[in-house]
Design a protein around this ligand. Structure first.
Ligand SMILES: NC(=O)c1ccc[n+]([C@@H]2O[C@H](COP(=O)([O-])OP(=O)(O)OC[C@H]3O[C@@H](n4cnc5c(N)ncnc54)[C@H](OP(=O)(O)O)[C@@H]3O)[C@@H](O)[C@H]2O)c1
Length: 265
């Protein structure tokens, strides 16, 4: 059985680790190639786009893929829709692995936004010194906010267009509560912007903002394509894969038996 994991997340890497070495299972993890030095998972890997849903369909057929787990980031909406279309066309089962989103707790001052553009529109009424943690792509949405100062944290350096008054902090999670408290204090941050990425690695900024009474603009997730089953964790996705592997092996055994009833194993 050949499994394609659409990756670029901690969960995708964990899933590849969980399945690595399973007899009868070949795993290929796919990365978009956005990060200069990605942490590669064990097993087979490929890097770069497929060329839209059609390219992904062709890849699934050429490589005899038997199943796909879309373990991309909750905000990687395009590849998820391509995966849904390609899997349906190539008749390959697809599962979405999505870590649960964050929910506010007492003391949080959250403002929900449907997009980065909406987040940018909310900002001037909320603060002057912004901790922007939405990643290096999409900074154009904030480029016109000339009265605001930005601390932008990203894995690789952002490219223009971006806000004029900005300091870049190159870093990748996991982050600690102490570290996030220090950042907010040192840079006198009075508003935070985040995607609702979910997960523990980047959640400490939310606790730090709560403690400091700082408002947080939370950008909502795009929807998972209709009809695609969703699981919350790598263990659940591994269970789905192993179940299919067992079923496929059972069917193959049955076929062998039908061809040659004397060769029962
Ligand atoms: N968006 C975020 O906030 C975020 C955060 C952390 C990590 N990531 C990871 O970074 C990658 C790119 O994110 P994005 O928001 O730019 O995605 P996106 O907007 O959904 O995808 C844009 C294009 O990138 C290619 N692509 C995306 N993920 C791919 C994968 N795993 N393997 C091969 N090609 C892929 C596809 O190109 P083709 O059409 O040519 O196939 C896709 O059409 C994703 O793998 C995601 O898991 C994203």
């Amino acid at each position: 059985m050949h499994l394609l994991i659409l990756g670029g997340t901690t969960e995708a890497r964990r899933l590849a680790e969980l399945l690595h070495g399973t007899p009868g299972l070949e795993v290929t993890s796919s990365l978009a190639g956005r990060v200069a030095s990605p942490r590669l998972p064990p097993g087979g890997t490929r890097v770069g786009g497929f060329g839209g849903a059609e390219g992904l369909t062709a890849w699934l057929r050429e490589h005899g893929a038997d199943a796909v787990v879309d373990a991309t980031h909750p905000f990687a909406g395009t590849i998820s829709f391509h995966a849904a279309r390609a899997a349906a066309t190539a008749r390959v089962p697809l599962l979405a692995l999505r870590r649960p989103g964050w929910t506010p707790v007492e003391g949080d001052r959250w403002h929900e936004a449907g997009s980065l553009e909406e987040a940018a529109r909310l900002l001037p009424a909320l603060g002057r010194r912004v901790f922007l943690t939405t990643g290096r792509t999409g900074l154009a949405a904030f480029a016109d906010l000339e009265q605001l100062w930005f601390l932008v944290r990203s894995v690789d350096a952002p490219e223009p267009p971006h806000p004029a008054a900005m300091e870049v902090l190159l870093d990748r999670g996991p982050f600690t509560l102490d570290g996030e408290r220090g950042l907010l204090r040192r840079h006198r941050i009075d508003v935070v912007v985040t995607k609702d990425s979910g997960g523990a690695a980047t959640a400490p900024k939310l606790a730090a903002a709560r403690e400091a009474g700082v408002p947080v603009v939370v950008v909502r997730r795009p929807p998972v394509p209709t009809g695609v089953p969703v699981v919350p964790g790598p263990e659940d996705a591994a269970g789905w894969v192993l179940e299919r592997l067992e079923r496929q092996e059972g069917l193959e055994r049955l076929e062998r038996l039908e061809r040659n009833p004397l060769a029962a194993d």
